[in-house]
Design a binder for this molecule. Structure first.
Ligand code: CDP
Length: 215
């Protein structure tokens, strides 16, 4: 299935999931939001009082999470937790949990199994470099940090969550730093990925650009 699969990576708020959702629908691909999976682990770990350095507890926790996607919703142990995953508490902690080698091994293996079963479009940080190294199509979306923070604020406000622009900008920059500097599978553009700076592009323009390259 790897041949028609599409990998999209990029920093926080670069538009990956918005774009991936649309392309998935247009091309009849399964959309796998890998960030949601790291967020789900963070959500349940915080709930259970497990810190990111308690590795064996984290592994046990993950082994007891059954995750699957229904459209763009993530269902964990039978519950749709998609809305909870964007809470600031999760965003502020997820990069620490995502930097744990054993957490990544578990989730990457799950993601690779999905890509063997289905034709997928996957977004994340290590998709083009690790998870779907052989994907035919790889994109790396970027945008200026201020623009990304603006988009994230708008998204959260629409969900009825109160936000402060400077806090969001700070959270995004901190996450980018941890994600690009971690030892295991850091966020980086795959050599064969096409980089698209979306700072001054509309969603529609990005979708058109990507769609035009698929065949
Ligand atoms: O939507 P946004 O760009 O804010 O983030 P996300 O895609 O939901 O990912 C949340 C966090 O999960 C990232 O900041 C990374 O720390 C981690 N992540 C990762 O390490 N590897 C992935 N493939 C996807 C997400």
């Amino acid at each position: 299935m790897i041949n028609r699969s599409i990998a999209i990576d990029g920093p926080a708020g670069s538009g990956k999931s918005t774009i991936a959702k649309i392309i998935a629908k247009e091309n009849n691909l399964m959309y796998i939001n890998t960030g949601a999976m790291y967020r789900a682990v963070t959500y349940y770990a915080i709930k259970a009082g497990i810190s990111y350095d308690e590795v064996s507890k984290l592994i046990d926790l993950i082994d007891n999470l059954e995750m699957h996607f229904e459209g763009d919703r993530l269902i964990v142990n039978g519950t749709d937790i998609t809305d909870e995953l964007t809470y600031p508490e999760i965003s502020n902690n997820v990069s620490n949990y995502a930097a744990v080698k054993e957490v990544r091994e578990k989730l990457v293996s799950f993601q690779q199994k999905m890509s063997q079963k289905y034709e997928v479009i996957m977004d994340g940080r290590d998709i083009g470099t690790v998870v779907l190294k052989d994907a035919k199509y790889k994109f790396f979306l970027t945008a200026k940090a201020e623009e990304r923070a603006k988009r994230r604020c708008k998204e959260l406000i629409e969900k009825g969550i109160e936000v402060d622009f400077n806090n969001i900008l700070e959270e995004i920059e901190k996450r980018d730093y941890i994600d690009t500097h971690r030892e295991i599978n850091p966020l980086t553009k795959a050599d064969d990925a096409m980089e698209i700076d979306t700072s001054s592009m509309t969603i529609d323009e990005v979708v058109k650009k990507i769609s035009g390259l698929l065949n």
